[in-house]
Write a protein that binds this ligand. Structure first.
Ligand SMILES: Cc1cc2nc3c(=O)[nH]c(=O)nc-3n(C[C@H](O)[C@H](O)[C@H](O)COP(=O)(O)OP(=O)(O)OC[C@H]3O[C@@H](n4cnc5c(N)ncnc54)[C@H](O)[C@@H]3O)c2cc1C
Length: 468
């Protein structure tokens, strides 16, 4: 293990020593590939770590955490790199890049899957769907499984299977003191509770295990876009049908039509309302639910039977790495016409064509999990509202952030407690309390005191330990 050094420094001999003990890759700023490896989804966080450690297994994770502890350098944990808050990179610090940890093993009889800490949703879905099984996964394939899940894990299947976090049955976690702890329903149960929504606060998850549900590889999914003049009617229809059954996982969004061959040319680059997602039940039932939308005369209608893995990739092209992103989301108490008006106005005023203004339907299986069973709060919210501010020109940052804040304030009369921190670029203490509720923040703090009392894992939705 590296020798103890003055806080905040990384001596050359400590890195040399690590090279002799590390099975994975160690990448420094002068090495080939450094720039590709340091890049994250949100271009607002263009950071230059002192070193990128790429573990090949749990033993390397232990050594990486040890180096952070002894050097005093800040440690960022990185998998899919999708943190919109920029948690997974750090200037001058250590990035523990888990992307070499890619093993996935499905147990088709027990209906479970075990995945290593660097697996993303495209990879996990690929394996589980080979057996006609699935767990709620990200709506973009490159999102990391563990970061997504420990931050709640909201996906198209959540009303059928619950959040991803609700389906976690076990995890191997390397804690701040370099111990490997297994958390399950019979062992370190409180840690398992904290991993279900409490983020990366307690250690590095080297392996995670989920229960799986049956899901036919062909579901009824897609996206349909409409004339902007139909937006209000569309939103009300979407609201009224959203809770028909628990197979419906969909969103209504204001997006810019891409210059794709399936979009009529006159609509290229114009902002349109769209309904996207999937209906994970019988296809004739899906057709019935979609019939009133089709009666509105969509400009584009891609809804049809298609592989679940294709539905999961539908939003990938609109979410490339490297753009500037400022996101906020809120749970809503309901979706009255006044809240729909906020969505309509946001669609008209969004400063960037890449920004999406999204509403999702909640309820179903999410609401059937007990309020105290996980760290997640706000399970009864029937709808939530997402402002995914996205733009390219860094000079347009102030305007775009101001717009997201303004729209989110206009939602205030409709806001319910508890929102997934996965979707927040800014996470101050009041946002933590709004997300978890004060009682759960204190319960999480007790766990933090136990597993990370000096806050080695602080680049996350951070629960400060009692010692400060
Ligand atoms: C395009 C896009 C689409 C998204 N879609 C959804 C969605 O549909 N539903 C949803 O709920 N969220 C969604 N998110 C949010 C996303 O789930 C969170 O940002 C999540 O933290 C990303 O995980 P990651 O591994 O990709 O990110 P990273 O930036 O690599 O990691 C983020 C943080 O997660 C923690 N973490 C990651 N891996 C581990 C690990 N193995 N052990 C311990 N901690 C770890 C660390 O604290 C890390 O800093 C989306 C984000 C983007 C950018």
């Amino acid at each position: 293990m590296a020798t103890t050094m003055s806080p905040g420094a990384l001596e050359a001999d400590a890195l040399e020593q690590l090279r002799g003990e590390f099975r994975g890759e160690i990448v420094e700023p002068t090495d080939d590939g450094y720039d590709d490896l340091r890049g994250v989804f949100n271009g607002m966080f263009d950071k230059r770590p002192r070193v990128i450690l790429r573990p090949a297994g749990a033993a390397d994770v232990i050594r990486g955490i040890g180096l952070a502890r002894t050097s005093g350098l800040p440690l960022a944990v990185r998998s899919g790199g999708h943190s919109v808050a920029g948690f997974s990179s750090v200037d001058g610090g250590i990035v523990l890049d888990l992307r070499l940890l890619k093993a996935v093993r499905v147990d088709p009889n027990g209906k479970t899957v075990r995945a290593q800490g660097g697996v993303n949703w495209g990879e996990l879905d690929h394996e589980t769907q080979a057996f006609g099984l699935a767990v709620t996964g990200g709506r973009v394939t490159t999102t990391g499984v563990v970061g997504f899940t420990t931050g709640t894990g909201s996906g198209w299947l959540e009303r059928k299977f619950g959040f991803a976090a609700d389906n976690v049955i076990g995890a191997d976690v390397v804690t701040a003191d370099g111990q490997i702890v297994h958390a399950s329903e019979t062992e370190n149960e409180e840690l398992l509770w904290g991993l279900k929504g409490g983020g990366g606060n307690f250690g590095v998850v080297t392996e995670i295990e989920f229960t799986l549900g049956a899901l036919s590889p062909i579901v009824y999914g897609g996206l349909a876009a409409f004339h902007p003049g139909k937006a209000a009617e569309l939103a009300r229809l979407w609201r009224d049908l959203s809770h028909e059954n628990d197979d419906i996982g969909w969103a209504i969004a204001s997006i810019t039509a891409p210059p794709a061959p399936f979009v009529p040319e006159e609509w290229h680059g114009r902002r349109v309302p769209a309904v996207a997602g999937m209906i994970a039940g019988p296809h004739d039932q899906a057709e019935k639910i979609l019939a009133p939308f089709r009666a509105l005369g969509p400009i584009v209608d891609l809804w049809q039977p298609m592989p679940y893995t294709m539905v999961q990739a539908l939003l990938d092209p609109g979410n490339p790495y490297g753009r500037q992103n400022y996101w906020r989301a809120r749970n809503l108490t309901d979706l009255p016409d006044a809240a729909i008006d906020v969505w309509l106005e946001a669609a008209e005023t969004a400063p960037s064509p890449f920004t999406a203004v999204i509403m999702l339907n909640g309820g179903g299986a999410i609401g059937k999990v007990g309020e105290d069973d996980t760290a997640i709060s706000g399970r009864t919210s029937p709808f939530n509202f997402h402002l995914n501010g996205m733009w390219e020109d860094p000079n347009a940052t102030d305007e775009n952030i101001a717009w997201v804040r303004r729209v989110s304030e206009a939602l205030a009369p409709h806001v319910a407690e508890g929102i997934s921190l996965n979707f927040q670029t800014e996470i101050a203490d009041d946002v933590l309390r709004e997300s978890f509720g004060a009682k759960k923040v204190e319960r999480l703090r007790k766990l933090k005191d136990r597993y990370d009392p000096t806050n080695v894992f602080r680049l996350n939705q951070n629960i400060a330990p009692s010692a400060g």
